[in-house]
Design a protein around this ligand. Structure first.
Ligand code: SOE
Length: 381
């Protein structure tokens, strides 16, 4: 007999779709006791909530999230709203004893995120932040190889997240779909939206980042705000570059921008160690590149691992070797791990406390860019 896991989705954008798809397909691929039930779709706009609920199969709609977190027919709250609303919803949901899965970044700032961590820990409710890229099978394989010590002492971690969708000064800021450009709603620009992913991956693979020095830029200084209809100053960082020191003595170099013409979601990393290197590129997400120094020198070279075998992370759940999975499966894998955590009693990572560490690095990066100097992160891993 399966146990229902009644889900309330708060928000209806791109991430609401990605998560809804994951709930719907979960039991098709993973053998789990719990079965997600799409119970409530919540949005302030009733028509949008209805359309979303009809499309994805939610049983009912609400326009007030406060009613949703208190509802008796809901077990799990999924927060897919703009960043400025995460804190209030998460704290209320924790107080109501609900499980919570929250879109990244956890909040706009560390100060905003800390009470969220306290609330879920005080309530003892299972919680997770959707840093989905950890669940790309090739990135999970990189984690396995790092944990096996395959590349030895790490010297360098290099990561990018490049996009190009905000180059035109005619792109407005604020409101539906464009809240990521509005500093009030988002908290920051590429730092919280894109670099947070790179930072999460980096600290998962290579340990704590201890200090950073950063430079940010806002190329378009004013944009029309969709809600006021007026041109308003742009408060977000359009681009951010930073250098990092890791606790293990390695050096990090990170770059993110929405002004890299031609790139839509070029998320990459390369790690160089004494015994080898690893490289990943989201545009070819089924591959992990691995250089192994221990091979005889006449055959030594980069090897491309097609991460589709049954022994690769998550891949035994999907197709036969050689056949790939995609972006949407990262969300399936994430919710599968969360549900497995419920069934084994082992909390899933990244939880709120772990995601708080990424938030601290983001804050230190933005502070360093303002101050023009190195800033310590106070990360606790
Ligand atoms: C922004 O364009 C965005 O959708 C991020 O918000 C997501 O977190 C990232 O995975 C893809 O890009």
């Amino acid at each position: 007999m399966s146990k229902p896991l009644r889900v309330a989705m708060i928000g209806y954008g791109f991430m609401g779709r990605a998560h809804s798809n994951a709930y719907k397909r979960l039991n098709d691929f993973f053998a789990l006791e719990h079965r997600p039930v799409l119970q409530v779709a919540c949005a302030r706009n009733a028509e949008k909530a209805e359309t979303f609920a009809d499309t994805w199969g939610y049983s009912r709609v609400e326009t007030d999230w406060r009613k949703v977190v208190e509802a008796d027919d809901v077990d799990l709250i999924d927060i897919c709203t703009p960043n400025d609303t995460h804190q209030e919803i998460a704290i209320a949901a924790a107080k109501a004893g609900k499980m919570i899965v929250c879109e990244k970044p956890l909040a706009r700032t560390t100060a905003e995120a800390e009470p969220m961590v306290k609330a879920v820990e005080a309530a003892g409710v299972p919680n997770m932040v959707w840093f989905n890229y950890r669940r790309v099978p090739a990135i999970s394989l990189a984690k396995q190889l790092m944990d096996e010590g395959r590349i030895g002492r790490v010297f360098h971690f290099r990561a990018n997240f490049l996009q190009d969708w905000t180059i035109s000064p005619d792109v407005p800021q604020g409101g539906a779909a464009l809240w990521r450009l509005d500093v009030q709603a988002a908290g920051s620009g590429v730092t919280g939206d894109l670099l947070a992913h790179n930072i999460d991956t980096a600290m998962w693979l290579n340990g704590a980042i201890t200090r950073v020095v950063a430079r940010t830029e806002t190329f378009v200084k004013e944009r029309k705000h969709q809600l006021t209809g007026k041109k308003e100053p742009v408060g977000i960082d359009d681009a951010c570059l930073f250098i990092a020191e890791f606790a293990n003595g390695s050096l990090g170099l990170f770059e993110s921008t929405r002004y890299a013409r031609g790139h839509k979601a070029l998320k990459t990393f390369e790690i160089n160690g004494a015994e080898g290197s690893l490289a990943f590129n989201l545009e070819e997400m089924e591959y992990l590149d691995y250089f192994e120094y221990a091979q005889d020198s006449h055959v030594r070279g980069w090897r491309r691992i097609h991460v589709t075998n049954g022994e690769h992370p998550y891949m035994d759940r999907y197709w036969v070797p050689g056949l790939v999975v995609g972006y949407e499966h990262t969300f399936l894998n994430a919710i599968a791990d969360f549900v497995k955590g419920l069934e084994t009693g082992k909390s899933v990572q990244p939880d709120f406390r772990n995601a708080l560490q990424t938030q601290k690095v983001c804050d230190a990066v933005l502070e360093s860019a303002r101050a023009g100097q190195w800033v310590a992160t106070a990360v606790e891993l």
